[in-house]
Design a protein. Structure first.
Length: 131
């Protein structure tokens, strides 16, 4: 099992960045289902970041991402179903303000609930709705 403190220490240099709302651990490691072959999924929540590519380059320059098996992603660039998985199954490495983070996630939960309802509508129900 991966310890969170070394991961937190690795990403410490990002904690002072104003555009970063949170850094989350997700995937098998966050669920406690990791194996020796598992990578460490890191999600950076940065809604106001204008230069995500530059930030990612900085992370790759400062960390040995490959040997530490980090898979770093930006929350805003992931598909909705993965965003929801992260919202529901994460461990917080860093958050500027947890309440702001949950407030930010509210919009994505609402989108998911609406999409889930649409997916459950049968063909017959859709015909009835549209006629």
């Amino acid at each position: 099992m991966v310890e969170i403190e070394p991961v937190k220490k690795d990403f410490l240099f990002l904690f002072s960045r104003n555009e970063i709302l949170a850094i989350l651990l997700y995937g098998s490691v966050a669920k406690g289902e990791d194996t020796p072959q598992s990578d460490i999924d890191i999600c950076i929540v940065a809604p106001s970041c204008k230069d995500k590519k530059g930030l990612l380059n900085e992370i790759y320059r400062k960390l040995d991402v490959y040997s530490k098996k980090y898979d770093v992603r930006f929350f805003e660039e992931l598909p909705l179903y993965i965003q929801i998985n992260i919202i529901e199954n994460n461990r917080i490495i860093y958050s500027k303000n947890v309440y702001d983070l949950y407030e930010y996630f509210y919009y994505f939960r609402k989108l998911w609930n609406e999409q889930e309802m649409r997916q459950k509508v049968t063909a017959a129900e859709m015909v009835q709705i549209l006629s």
